[in-house]
Each structure stands twice: as C-alpha cells, then as structure tokens.
Ligand binder design. Structure first.
Ligand SMILES: Nc1c(C(=O)O)ncn1[C@@H]1O[C@H](COP(=O)(O)O)[C@@H](O)[C@H]1O
Length: 161
C-alpha cells in the first residue's frame, strides 16, 4: 500500500460513520489515507504531535471532522500549513449548527475549508481532497473525471425511471 496522502481525523469514534462517507470517496478514487481518532479536548497532546508531524510524514491534506464545540479542525490548522478540510458532524442537541459555526468562523489568518453538515459534507471533503491532489496527478485527474461521468450517467432524465 502506498503511504497515506490524506489524514482523516475525527474528534470521537462516534464521528466515524460520518467520516466514512469521506473515506469511501478516497477508496473509490484509489487515494491512500489513514484514519485516526484525535480530539483537541480529550487528547490534546496526540493532536499536537499529529498535526506537527503530518507534513513530514508525507500527508498532503487533512480532513478533520468533529461535532458540537468542534475545535479540532481549527486547532489542527493552527499547527500545520497543510490544507485542512473541516467536516461539521451532526450533533444531537443542535443538529450540527454548533459544529458548523465552530468550524467555519475561523479568525483571519488560520483557514479551514468548511463543508456541509454531516455525510454530504464528508463526501464533498473527500472529493475536494481528490481535486487538490489531482492538480499534480494526471492519472487521478482522469479517475476523478470518470467518477463524475459515472455519477452523471446514474441520474435518470425522467422522474419515474
Ligand atoms: N468536537 C470534538 C472534539 C474537538 O473538537 O477536539 N473532540 C471531541 N469532539 C466531539 O464531541 C462529540 C461527542 O463525542 P462523544 O460521542 O465521544 O461523546 C463528537 O462529535 C466529537 O467530534
């Protein structure tokens, strides 16, 4: 297996069903990744070590999902200049609006690319990671174009089809 290019991290194991929508896209496009549970709140030292070593270990993009007081994506972004794609996980109490606002409202200077709440956001984070990597990888760009074409072909023209 090739070394991972994308680090998929999440604040809790309970986020994994959401983040698996991102890793499914990476699997579809044959992009090597790793998945880890890392929390800014519960495992702060694991987070610092991961973010500081990510680039040197060969990671090119980090997808970070978290719910509620979702500090993980922003804190990781503060510790690396790799692109961080933030996925707001749908929380129970506030249905992910807390997660979304926590991730999207970064102060100027530390960017996190923020996606939609829940699985649609995770899917798009996976596809966006592919788009970034495809800039320097023509074979991946071709796989991504094929993936889009297959998606288009699956959309029926008539509603009863
Ligand atoms: N938002 C964060 C962070 C963080 O931002 O570092 N660490 C855990 N969490 C979130 O807490 C929620 C509940 O976690 P549990 O299900 O483990 O109680 C999860 O959605 C997780 O992302």
């Amino acid at each position: 297996m090739n070394p991972p290019l994308v680090g998929v991290i999440m604040g809790s194991r309970s986020d994994w069903p959401t983040l698996q929508a991102a890793t499914a896209m990476l699997d579809d496009l044959a992009i090597p990744y790793e998945a880890r549970v890392i929390s800014a709140h519960r495992t702060p030292e694991r987070m610092v070590a991961y973010a500081k070593s990510a680039s040197a270990r060969g990671l090119r993009i980090i997808i970070a999902g978290a719910g509620g007081a979702a500090h993980l994506p922003g804190m990781v972004a503060s510790l690396t200049t790799l692109p961080v794609l933030g996925v707001p996980v749908e929380s129970h109490a506030l249905r992910g609006q807390d997660s979304l606002y926590s991730i999207v409202q970064m102060p100027g200077g530390i960017p996190v690319a923020t996606f939609a709440i829940g699985k649609p956001g995770a899917i798009n984070a996976g596809l966006f990671a592919a788009s970034i990597l495809a800039l320097a990888d023509p074979a991946l760009a071709a796989r991504l174009a094929d993936w889009r074409a297959a998606q288009t072909a699956r959309v029926p023209e008539l509603p009863e089809d």
